[in-house]
Design a protein around this ligand. Structure first.
Ligand code: NAP
Length: 638
């Protein structure tokens, strides 16, 4: 793995430069080169991308404009290579570049500037690294539960701050979801330029959207390279955590390979994720099935699917990946769909990163960073308005606003194109809810390609029961199968189960939540001092975005909490109930104004009370701003 700290000097010929530019993402390359060369005249009005979500290829630049942009970029690359220019970007340059790329006002660009400074790591290598260290005389240890993406991250930052920590991991390796989900076709659906730690940018991702094995290696490498792996206790599960108020300690009861053990720490960080407890459907007769059956997150690689009659229940993000992957080898495939998905057309979803782009990531100063920022803007912040409810729109379950309706039209056209000549199938796959009410799945034609195969059938009749021979639907049909695969998702709203967390005065976290998990900033909970969560309630994003971004914000906040405890000589900090409650009212109101909150469609974003307990309804900038540091007045300090 090549983590890019700085770009390599350009020593190649004009020919290599020109060839590489053939694969360049021009809306990201021009601002990168403008800043690196100090020549802001590269940001020409006639070469400015049209910022639109979903984004247009090359920002909608015409062929002529693309050719001109390449010529401009070639000249700049040459000047940088020949040592004529190489500048540290100025603030004014950065603001102008944001304005140019996003089409935002100067005011909006200024608002994003501090965040972009961090994202682009302009003035230092890792601006998000803690700027403080625990004094050696202070006794303070943190336990992190989970060595997935967010647990590794917390470990990296605590190590940098010199705070002792241990990571408790139930599995035999790091990686979390990327360790557990090994189903065929598993890959990330957020581009790796964005789905990667800001401080560990790789310049050699083999594909735009990495497969599971590549991501698992990335997280393994990061755990190793940043000195975290040696702090992980594998096959060690936290069963119960109890807060001892008098001694201001969390007492942890662990199940280890050697048996039961206790451990005491000053702070506890949950990094267990939302999607790691497989959910089996509540369908009669599951136990009676005669063949092999398994959940997608517990894939049975020992079951050979070749030549088998396979039935799949569920058509979510997991099934949308493994159904196309297994379709070619099975004898027959019956896919049971309860709710159809909106698909976003991403032609390069499975493609390799072209050589020219790899060269630019390696050599063109700031290119990788601006590419990351382009994705951040075009596929995250920019998409939010398309899923926000317009109260005056009044189209019910069709769409939530004019912009949302346009998105619907675009994605309907894509489905029509994909299922051309198959009107029966088309009718089944067009969702009857607004885009964004459930997760929009990325697609390059693989889904339709699988469903249109002769031996694959899509069944939308409700399932009545599972029998020894297969799956029976309510229309009385028995769909025979040798193997039954559950792509039925996770117990996402049962946050932190099956752990028992007992806070001040015996408060049990699950009793407090009563099936409706809430937290302040998704991180802290009243009555649970020195307890912090990563990827906690209301920190999930729907219209893409990278959960790593959220984790970096959360970890930054938690480190600032630990710092405040240590530097303020406090034994504990506890979120105030009124602050927590007010915050949750704002979150709930925000979610009601989004497609996923307004629509009545079922989704894992809602818990059993019907409340959206998963999602963050505001911008990424908003979350970043709110997690800069704990406000002293939000907490009870002891
Ligand atoms: P999911 O989105 O919750 O999908 C579960 C599927 O099972 C849905 O189609 C659901 O239907 C169906 N289902 C559940 N119970 C059923 C029942 N009793 N009868 C019939 N159908 C039933 O789970 P997932 O696909 O594992 O994905 C979960 C999340 O994980 C994703 O939203 C995403 O955030 C993440 N993920 C990401 C990736 C990626 O990055 N590429 C891949 C996989 C997962 P309904 O829709 O009607 O509920």
């Amino acid at each position: 793995m090549a983590i890019a700290r700085t770009t390599e000097p350009i020593t190649d010929s004009d020919e290599v430069l020109e060839r590489s530019l053939g694969d360049a993402h021009l809306p990201a390359l021009l601002p990168a080169l403008a800043l690196a060369s100090g020549d802001l005249s590269l940001l020409r009005e006639d070469l400015r991308p049209t910022m639109q979500s979903p984004p247009l290829p090359q920002g909608g630049l015409s062929r002529e404009a693309q050719a001109e942009a390449k010529a401009v970029a070639l000249a700049a690359l040459r000047r940088i290579r020949d040592g004529e220019v190489r500048q540290a970007p100025t603030m004014e340059g950065l603001r102008r570049a944001i304005e140019w790329m996003t089409g935002s006002s100067a005011q909006a660009a200024s608002e994003y500037l501090p965040l972009v400074m961090e994202e682009l790591a302009i003035s230092e290598e890792d601006p998000r690294a803690p700027k403080w260290r625990k004094p050696s005389a202070v006794d303070f240890t943190v336990a992190i539960v989970g060595a997935g993406m967010s647990g590794i991250l917390a470990g990296i930052r605590l190590r940098q701050a010199g705070v002792p920590f241990v990571i408790l991991e139930k599995n035999a390796d790091v990686g979390g979801t990327w360790f557990e989900n090994t189903y065929p076709g598993a890959r990330v659906d957020v581009s790796n330029a964005f789905y990667s730690y800001s401080f560990a940018q790789r310049v050699d991702w083999p594909t735009h959207y990495s497969t599971q094995d590549v991501l698992l290696d990335y997280f393994r490498d990061c755990a190793q390279e940043f000195g975290v792996r040696e702090h992980v206790r594998f096959q060690t599960a936290l069963d119960r955590a109890e807060w001892d108020e008098e001694r201001a300690r969390w007492v942890l009861y662990l199940d280890t390979p050697e048996g039961r053990e206790t451990l005491e720490v000053q702070a506890l960080v949950s990094a267990v994720g939302q999607l790691n407890r497989p959910k089996m459907p509540e369908i009669e007769g599951l136990d009676t099935f005669g063949g092999a059956s398994f959940h997608s997150a517990r894939w049975r690689h020992d079951v050979d699917l070749a030549g088998q009659r396979v039935a799949v229940i569920g058509t979510g993000a997991s099934a949308a990946q493994f159904v196309p992957a297994i379709a070619p080898e099975v004898a027959s495939l019956t896919v049971f769909q309860r709710t159809a998905n909106w698909l976003a057309n991403v032609p390069h979803y499975h493609d390799e990163v072209p050589a020219g782009q790899q060269w630019l990531f390696r050599h063109a100063p700031y290119y990788a960073h601006w590419y990351r920022f382009w994705l951040f803007w075009a596929t995250v912040e920019g998409l939010l308005p398309a899923v926000r409810v317009d109260e005056t729109w009044g189209q019910g379950e069709r769409s939530v606003s004019e912009r949302n309706d346009q998105l619907r039209a675009l994605m309907t056209m894509y489905l029509q194109h994909q299922f051309e000549g198959q009107p029966d199938l088309l009718e089944q796959v067009i969702p009857d809810y607004p885009p964004g009410a459930k997760r929009i799945l990325l697609d390059n034609g693989a889904w339709a390609g699988a469903l249109k195969r002769e031996h694959v059938s899509l069944v939308t009749a409700p399932i009545a029961r599972v029998t020894e021979a297969g799956v029976e639907t309510e229309d009385g049909r028995l769909h025979e199968a040798d193997v039954l695969i559950y792509g039925t998702g996770f117990h996402a709203s049962r946050f932190l189960t099956p752990m028992h967390v007992v806070g001040r005065e015996g408060a049990d976290l699950h009793v407090e939540w009563d099936g409706d998990a809430r937290a302040y900033l998704g991180i802290t909970v009243p009555k649970f001092p020195n307890f912090f969560m990563l990827y906690g309630p209301n920190t999930n994003i729907v219209v893409n975005g990278s959960i790593i971004y959220f984790s970096e914000c959360e970890v930054h906040y938690i480190l600032e909490c630990v710092r405040a405890l240590i530097e303020g000589d406090h034994a504990s900090m506890e979120c105030r109930q009124d602050v927590h409650d007010d915050y949750n009212e704002v979150i709930d109101a925000g979610n009601r104004e989004m497609a996923w909150g307004a629509s009545s469609v079922n989704s894992w974003y809602k818990n059993e009370t019907g409340r959206v307990a998963q999602n963050w309804p505001f911008s990424l900038l908003d979350y970043w701003k709110q997690t800069r540091a704990p406000r002293p007045e939000d907490y009870l300090w002891r």
